[in-house]
Design a protein around this ligand. Structure first.
Ligand SMILES: Cc1ncc(COP(=O)(O)O)c(C=O)c1O
Length: 420
């Protein structure tokens, strides 16, 4: 008899798989902040689909709208045709998100992933300005396709490209030099020096909080200075809000805290509401220089995501309840992490904004050990940062205080074991 490996994941699925290694369970169902494996074991989810499930797993309000839509034979695949679901979403996005914030953006539907919206943003910036070079930041993460990868910092991910990644120049993110140098000292100097060798950039792309890069939080004044510098030098400002948008840091857009208006904004992950694939690229009206079909994609019209996206905007963004509760829950995590930082001074520190919070370990491998111990206790948490030295929390914004307390107690216990 042939010896067939019964673990189909190991025998058939590519070695490229990653989360399944850190969380060795086979998951079957999920609800809210909980995910259940096939043996009936429940895990509290502090990762929320890498920020794609801001409203929790199988959110009942969104689920009911989705089920009705499917049962009613609503359009599922719509290319970029005009559909009722798309119209409803655009109207709601305009009324609930853009208008109240005084934003006059056009909306592009690129392919439905984060890297798709970043590619669209970079292409548009180049087309508008006629320049090719882009400025990115140290420890940035923007996605895996070649354009997005060229503005991503992580050397392991960059190596995967297999070709030189060009037309991007990294600048120091906020606090890269621990406050020792003046903000944008190097950037403005090389921009203004015709002998610096820096090609005049089309755009700057920035995350207001670098999630994958290790929960690096840009100060509002740093973001404002960046926006001013871009405006003065006629460089487009792209905010990649794929992970930090849709309320992750409190307000709907993460840049609202700085009072800036980026030229281009990238959204994906939680914009679909239900964890369904969807992305948007937003840009100032005058930047809409695309010709019809110039940036295409078969899956730009995933209408079930339009349905859940619209209902999520209606349900969660008609007032500031979610915004406020996100800040309060973020503060709860911050306090718990500050206690750990005090208890293990010199080994552990903390940083974050809203419901993205990081526990930073001076000995990087400790972060992975904490996540492994947490998994054993029924908690999903992931590491981030250039050396995977940060335990990064991205719970659903709908998580309850009791659930937060439960998960934080597991993390405190694990940190104690690893650091003592
Ligand atoms: C800021 C940011 N941009 C882009 C991406 C890429 O998104 P996707 O994995 O959906 O392509 C991510 C993914 O984590 C991200 O965090």
């Amino acid at each position: 008899m042939t010896n067939i490996d019964t673990n189909i994941f190991e025998s058939l699925e590519s070695e490229v798989r990653s989360y399944s290694r850190g969380w060795p369970a086979v998951f079957e169902s999920a609800s809210g902040s909980w995910i259940r494996d096939e043996n009936g074991r429940d895990y509290l989810d502090f990762f929320a689909g890498a920020g794609s499930l801001n409203y929790g797993h199988n959110n009942p309000v969104l689920k009911s709208a989705l089920v009705d839509y499917i049962v009613g034979d609503g359009i599922t695949h719509g290319l970029d045709m005009s559909t009722v679901a798309k119209r409803d979403l655009l109207e709601t996005f305009q009324d609930k998100i853009l208008k109240p914030r005084g934003l006059d953006y056009k909306v592009q539907f690129p392919g439905p992933t984060g890297t798709n919206t970043v590619e669209a943003a970079l292409k548009l910036a180049r087309k508008v300005t006629g320049r090719s070079s882009i400025i990115n930041f140290t420890n940035a993460f923007h996605g895996m396709t070649l354009g997005a990868l060229s503005v991503t910092g992580n050397s392991m991910k960059r190596a995967g490209a297999g070709i030189p990644l060009v037309h991007a120049t990294p600048m120091p993110f906020d606090n890269y030099f621990d406050g020792v140098t003046e903000d944008f000292h190097w950037f403005s100097r090389v921009l203004d020096d015709s002998g610096s060798g820096l090609n005049r950039p089309a755009a700057v792309i920035v995350e207001t909080v670098q999630g994958e890069g290790g929960v690096n939080v840009a100060r509002p004044e740093w973001l404002r200075a960046l926006a001013d510098l871009c405006a003065e030098r006629d460089i487009l400002l792209i905010v990649d809000d794929v992970q930090m948008g849709c309320g992750r840091t409190g307000p709907f857009f993460s840049f609202e805290i700085a009072g800036i208006t980026p030229d281009i904004v990238c959204l994906s992950k939680s914009i679909g509401g239900y964890g369904l694939p969807m992305a948007l690229t937003l840009f100032k009206r005058e930047l809409d220089v695309w010709g019809p079909g110039e940036h295409n994609g078969t899956f730009r019209g995933n209408n079930p995501s339009f349905v859940t996206s619209k209902v999520a905007l209606d349900h969660y963004w008609s007032d500031d309840t979610l915004h406020k509760s996100t800040l309060a829950k973020g503060e709860k995590i911050h306090q718990a992490f500050t206690e750990l930082a005090n208890q293990f001074e010199g080994s552990v520190s903390t940083r974050g904004r809203g419901l993205v919070q990081g526990l930073v370990f001076d000995e990087p491998e400790r972060a992975g050990k904490v996540c492994a111990l947490a998994f054993d206790e029924g908690l999903l948490a992931e590491t981030s940062g250039p050396s995977d030295e940060v335990v990064k929390l991205l719970p659903a914004l709908t998580i309850t205080d009791e659930e937060l307390d439960h998960g934080l107690a597991i993390l405190a216990d694990a940190t104690g074991k690893v650091c003592s």
